[in-house]
Design a binder for this molecule. Structure first.
Ligand SMILES: *[C@@H]1O[C@H](CO)[C@@H](O)[C@H](O)[C@H]1NC(C)=O
Ligand SMILES: *[C@@H]1O[C@H](CO)[C@@H](O)[C@H](O)[C@H]1NC(C)=O
Ligand SMILES: *[C@@H]1O[C@H](CO)[C@@H](O)[C@H](O)[C@H]1NC(C)=O
Ligand SMILES: *[C@@H]1O[C@H](CO)[C@@H](O)[C@H](O)[C@H]1NC(C)=O
Ligand SMILES: *[C@@H]1O[C@H](CO)[C@@H](O)[C@H](O)[C@H]1NC(C)=O
Ligand SMILES: *[C@@H]1O[C@H](CO)[C@@H](O)[C@H](O)[C@H]1NC(C)=O
Ligand SMILES: *[C@@H]1O[C@H](CO)[C@@H](O)[C@H](O)[C@H]1NC(C)=O
Ligand SMILES: *[C@@H]1O[C@H](CO)[C@@H](O)[C@H](O)[C@H]1NC(C)=O
Ligand SMILES: *[C@@H]1O[C@H](CO)[C@@H](O)[C@H](O)[C@H]1NC(C)=O
Ligand SMILES: *[C@@H]1O[C@H](CO)[C@@H](O)[C@H](O)[C@H]1NC(C)=O
Ligand SMILES: *[C@@H]1O[C@H](CO)[C@@H](O)[C@H](O)[C@H]1NC(C)=O
Ligand SMILES: *[C@@H]1O[C@H](CO)[C@@H](O)[C@H](O)[C@H]1NC(C)=O
Length: 313
């Protein structure tokens, strides 16, 4: 990153520079799963597919996208340190990245098109990403299904202290995965006992700056934490309008404090054609995304009754 250019980009962005992204991800998720009306919220997710049993269960289900975490660690606590599927602080797993990728590749080769899966790899550190490149390179050309590459590359709310994945190294190492969607987010510090928290304007600007500085050409989705995103409608709209063709991927921690009403309003106002939703079932049940509010439904019902009354008379 050129530090001298930083302030210049900030100025440009503050004057409303729009980052033009194409939507070229090979087999764009909506197309791949034949989603009607571009309703991205109807894509289904398996979260943290980090073990052999989770993988088997996900493959034997109708779920479309498998989200899983990559860290450096050991298989069954022994042998060399390699990229494995696990969520920090875990550093051992019975599933390596190598096995995860090849099992899904083999599954998709045999599966009929309605059963095929896409994958989202959440790299928990720059080391995890850099040590996974050989394995990904080897299989990439044969992965004719959605392959998302995710990392938290910017410090985020609420005063999160986790170390983000270095953005310049992230973009440099993902440059040759042109058919992938880059899922780039913020570190977060949140949970059940947090009250109203938002993504700050600076945190949004920092994200826009690194996208511009690194000449990113892939499709972009911004993974945002449901409870915080629901309180940050203005910032979410800024992301979507400043990076054309970008989307949100709304995720949530189990038990996070989420204002479901505000979340529903956010999703419906930016559009279900702009929002992937990977949240626990309990939260999903709380939000109605059909697009017709209860007020609208009541109005329609009353109009219907009036019409019937008029016809009868
Ligand atoms: C969005 O992506 C499509 C497909 O790549 C492209 O044709 C279109 O120009 C893009 N729109 C903008 C505003 O960048
Ligand atoms: C696959 O799912 C079916 C039901 O959907 C179940 O009967 C079967 O046991 C599952 N197989 C495995 C290997 O989990
Ligand atoms: C893995 O985690 C365990 C338990 O937290 C810890 O004792 C061990 O040092 C870690 N191993 C490595 C290689 O970091
Ligand atoms: C790891 O442990 C699981 C059982 O928990 C076993 O099925 C698997 O074969 C082991 N893998 C290796 C590489 O030892
Ligand atoms: C999507 O539609 C195409 C063309 O109609 C079809 O070949 C394919 O099987 C469908 N895929 C899914 C996932 O339904
Ligand atoms: C990729 O697919 C080609 C053609 O089917 C095959 O020859 C090759 O072995 C595959 N490579 C991998 C790494 O699976
Ligand atoms: C990307 O997708 C195109 C099809 O749209 C394919 O021809 C190309 O080989 C893919 N590139 C890689 C690196 O897989
Ligand atoms: C975050 O940091 C700011 C500034 O240091 C402070 O005012 C605020 O209370 C902190 N918020 C939380 C939830 O710790
Ligand atoms: C949240 O607050 C409740 C009540 O004070 C407490 O029992 C619980 O442990 C807290 N949860 C977390 C994650 O701190
Ligand atoms: C981005 O593109 C500009 C203009 O072509 C170039 O000067 C700069 O070095 C590029 N930056 C990166 C990180 O590739
Ligand atoms: C996406 O949804 C929004 C809000 O519902 C709507 O205004 C817009 O026209 C839709 N865009 C497309 C391309 O369907
Ligand atoms: C979008 O898909 C969701 C999940 O399938 C569904 O509940 C909702 O009604 C759909 N919304 C629209 C506007 O099509």
């Amino acid at each position: 990153m050129n530090s001298k250019l930083g302030p210049l980009f900030c100025i440009l962005l503050s004057f409303g520079t729009v980052i033009r992204q194409t939507d070229m991800a090979y087999l764009n998720v909506a197309e791949f799963f034949n989603i009607t009306n571009g309703n991205l919220s109807s894509i289904t997710w398996a979260h943290a597919v980090n073990s052999k049993s989770e993988l088997a269960a996900s493959l034997n289900s109708s779920i479309m996208m498998l989200e899983a975490d990559v860290v450096i660690g050991k298989i069954n606590n022994s042998g060399n340190e390699i990229p494995i599927m696990a969520h920090p602080p875990a550093n051992t797993s019975d599933l390596s990245l190598s096995d995860f990728l090849s099992e899904i590749l083999e599954f998709n080769l045999k599966a009929n098109s309605q059963a095929k899966k896409g994958v989202k790899l959440d790299f928990k550190s720059i080391e995890a990403l850099e040590n996974s490149l050989d394995e990904l390179d080897k299989l990439y050309a044969n992965m004719s299904y959605p392959v998302w590459i995710n990392a938290d590359i910017i410090s985020g709310p609420v005063n999160a202290t986790g170390t983000p994945v270095d953005p310049a190294r992230f973009f440099k190492n993902t440059k040759h995965f042109q058919n992938s969607t880059l899922s780039i987010g913020w570190t977060t510090n949140y949970g059940q006992n947090f009250s109203t928290s938002t993504y700050s304007n600076d945190q949004i600007t920092n994200m826009l700056d690194v996208i511009l500085q690194n000449n990113v050409s892939q499709s972009i989705t911004f993974p945002v934490r449901a409870g915080i995103a629901a309180e940050s409608a203005t910032q979410m709209r800024r992301l979507l309008s400043d990076v054309t063709n970008s989307t949100l991927t709304i995720w949530s921690g189990d038990g996070d404090n989420v204002n479901a009403k505000k979340l529903q309003q956010l999703i419906l106002s930016v559009g279900v054609n702009k929002t992937y939703i990977d949240v626990p079932d309990a939260l999903l049940k709380e939000i109605n995304l059909s697009g017709s509010s209860s007020v609208a439904k009541t109005t329609l019902k009353l109009l219907g009754i009036a019409l019937v009354a008029i016809l009868v008379l």
